[in-house]
Ligand binder design. Structure first.
Ligand SMILES: NC(=O)c1ccc[n+]([C@@H]2O[C@H](COP(=O)([O-])OP(=O)(O)OC[C@H]3O[C@@H](n4cnc5c(N)ncnc54)[C@H](OP(=O)(O)O)[C@@H]3O)[C@@H](O)[C@H]2O)c1
Length: 367
């Protein structure tokens, strides 16, 4: 037997659609394209072949939901859910037994719960493995920058969300100083209490993103903001940021203006076997996002049950997912920043720039 899954994709903005269909870019203005998207059906995108673990093989399908994050948050919830259900029905007709939810398809509809209730096949958001790989990648990047996590000031932006909550719990096992950053003080307080109960770490809470980030040595950013919320002036020299959000939380300007901070992409995973996605979603061969990987490993395991759903799943579920990933041979890919691999030399350069900047700031403060 071989595992069978499907995975929902969607454009992160209108330019994504225009890039895939250049004739549209030439003839249809972006705002028109976004205006017609709500009327378009789901689109079969590609057949995913060649996934092979030591224990099983799997195949799958990408199905695209033609909605941007802006539309998913702006349209009536019922309309968005109807479109996701139509895509889920396509997955069922294709013979998939489990459906993974990419980016904002996992944010809306009670983080996958409403879609899971409506479909006959299993559903997972992929958020357990996303959180696990984000924290692992942050640890690797901190090592490369010579930062000891147990002594570092850490922050999680979007901490009250589905990925953010569990990322904060995992990070709390490795750091002593942690700030939970969000928009809603009540949710933050409840999370800080849960964190203290579960991990013994007394985290600070903050709704002030800038004030929290300028003191952070390491940070995970995983909000569901539509536009970038982390800007060059928000980061401390030498800071390491793992940006898991899609669309990104960290502005591209950081890459241009701050040669003394390390921003890495979270949740990038190498797939076992000789996978061919038959679709270019911007990563090198054999690499995918952790949420896709979670769907694949459940298919390889032929574990067709609703898996990571909602915003309150347990750390045990995350640990189980890490074990499944190991069993089937998924692993965190090397460090990547703004869509490209980072070499050791580049990281060494960032580290040297950070030391120079810190020395200059200390000298200025002393004079
Ligand atoms: N790389 C991957 O493999 C992968 C996998 C899964 C998800 N993701 C991405 O991760 C992100 C979060 O997903 P999720 O499922 O955890 O979402 P979620 O459960 O909706 O949580 C989002 C969090 O972001 C906060 N937030 C929303 N808008 C904000 C803004 N403008 N400024 C500051 N904070 C804001 C929310 O705060 P409130 O509580 O105040 O609303 C909440 O804490 C999304 O971008 C998603 O696409 C990536």
């Amino acid at each position: 037997m071989s595992g069978h899954f499907a995975f929902l994709l969607h454009p992160l903005d209108v330019s994504d659609v225009a890039r895939k269909f250049p004739f549209l870019e030439r003839h249809v203005p972006g705002h028109w394209l976004e205006a017609v998207m709500p009327y378009a059906p789901p689109i079969y995108t590609s057949h995913i072949t060649g996934i092979r673990s030591p224990h099983n093989t799997a195949e799958g399908h990408f199905i695209s939901v033609p909605l941007t994050p802006r539309l998913m948050l702006g349209l009536p919830e019922k309309v968005v859910l109807r479109k996701l259900i139509a895509a889920g029905r396509m997955a069922e007709r294709l013979g998939a037994r489990i459906l993974g939810l990419g980016a904002f398809t996992a944010v809306v509809g009670n983080a996958g719960r409403d879609l899971a209730d409506a479909l006959d096949i299993a559903v997972t958001t992929g958020n357990s493995y996303t959180a696990a790989t984000g924290v692992e990648a942050l640890g690797l990047a901190a090592d490369a920058m010579g930062i000891r996590l147990e002594e570092a000031e850490a922050a999680v932006v979007g901490a009250t969300g589905s990925v953010g909550r569990v990322s904060a719990m995992l990070l709390a096992r490795r750091v002593r100083n942690l700030t939970l950053v969000g928009r809603d003080p009540q949710k933050l307080e409840a999370l800080a209490e849960e964190l203290l109960r579960e991990t013994g770490v007394a985290a600070r809470i903050s709704t002030d993103l800038h004030a929290s980030l300028v003191r952070a040595d390491v940070a995970i950013t995983v909000s569901s903001a539509i536009d970038a919320i982390v800007h060059p002036e928000d980061l401390k020299p030498g800071a390491v940021v793992c940006d898991i959000a899609r669309p990104r939380d960290v502005s591209r300007l950081v890459a241009e203006k701050r040669d003394d901070v390390l921003v890495i992409e979270g949740g990038i995973v190498e797939v076992p076997g000789d996978v061919d996605f038959h679709f270019n979603f911007g990563l090198p061969e054999r690499m995918c996002l952790a949420c896709m990987a979670e769907t694949m490993m459940l298919a390889l395991e032929e574990r067709y049950e609703d898996y990571t759903l909602g915003r309150d799943y347990s750390l045990e579920k995350v640990e189980e997912t890490i074990a499944l990933a190991r069993k089937h041979g998924f692993r965190v890919a090397g460090l990547r920043s703004f869509e490209r691999a980072l070499s050791e030399e580049e990281v060494a350069r960032i580290r040297a720039n950070a030391m120079r900047r810190k020395a200059a700031l200390a000298a200025a403060a002393g004079s």
